[in-house]
Design a protein around this ligand. Sequence first.
Ligand SMILES: *Cc1c(COP(=O)(O)O)cnc(C)c1O
Length: 379
Amino acid sequence: MSTTIGTAAPLPLLDLAGETEALWDELNAAVQGVIRSGHFIMGPNVRAFEEEVAAYLGVRHAVALNSGTDALVIALRAMGVGAGDEVVTTPFTFFATAEAVSMVGATPVFADIEPDTLNLDPESVCRAVTPRTRALIPVHLFGQAVDLDRLLPIAAENGLEVLEDCAQAFGAEHQGRKVGTFGRAAAWSFFPSKNLGAFGDGGMLTTDDDHIADQARMLRAHGSRKKYFNEAIGYNSRLDEIQAAVLRVKLPHIDAANASRLVAGRRYDELFSRVDGVRTTATRAFAAHVYHQYTLRVEGGARDRVQAALTAAGIGTMIYYPVPVHRLPAYGLPPGTAPEAEAAAEEVISLPIWPGIAAEDQERVARAVAAALGGGQMV
Ligand SMILES: *Cc1c(COP(=O)(O)O)cnc(C)c1O
């Protein structure tokens, strides 16, 4: 560790060194075990990880895949969503949510968000549904469950498939029940920065539906159930055995890691309740939040100034998301399509959070935000 006199050490947006250090011996043994076995594709770790995630969530099937994006694509294919279909989702998400819809030949239709939680707004979903709508993709953004009590009846009334995008919400709950167990299927990502992160890409589809699981297993292996008897145009979308071995080491610790993130999220909420000019993201009573991100809204056009000040102070930040998906060049829809998402994109800033982040580091972040807003100090 190097120290610079007069300057605090850099504080990254995400620091997983502590987690890796704590599990170092187990991770090493797991990876070396795979190397020694010589079994790198679809081996015992993938199978065991699928069973362990299915048991953790309480679902019948877990199908390990290459990425969260593939999980979305394969889930939509398995549901029979394709050309001519519309899929309603949020524009305030990572691009992949909508990209998957386009990749299967369907059209993403963007609803809008609740300005306080930044999650999909059920009212706006009602307005977005047309006779062509086949499916709904709620995203449990930043680790907080969407309002499923209001969304699921809308889906049921309109005969829509529900695919939960759980990429940011491993372990999160809605009314005491794990997210990913409400829709027809759920898509998960094990990208390294996600709450349950691999040492590379990874993803999973989970479902209680035997047909969806069967289709997903077929599609991930080039559309074949039996080797060299391909029955559909599929994908090469398997989770690597080494990644499965790493994830199996981390899975037993996910609840403790999420609990630590929750403590950190609440601490920020308390700190920022004393800072003028910012709005914390609302947390709903029905949600057990897992704080994949901690995201603030900075009011009065001061967001970029706050970000610049934090960067100058050595504090890592990120704008999730600077442009709502419908406004990205890939879609190019007009402004006004989703006004709440467009307004949020101008104000949001995500701050350092990870399991075990020190209280003093969070206080330093809050002080830096308050100083950037001109107050100089916290009230
Ligand atoms: C990360 C993410 C994805 C994509 O997952 P990958 O594993 O990176 O393909 C999809 N949706 C959301 C909301 C995400 O955050």
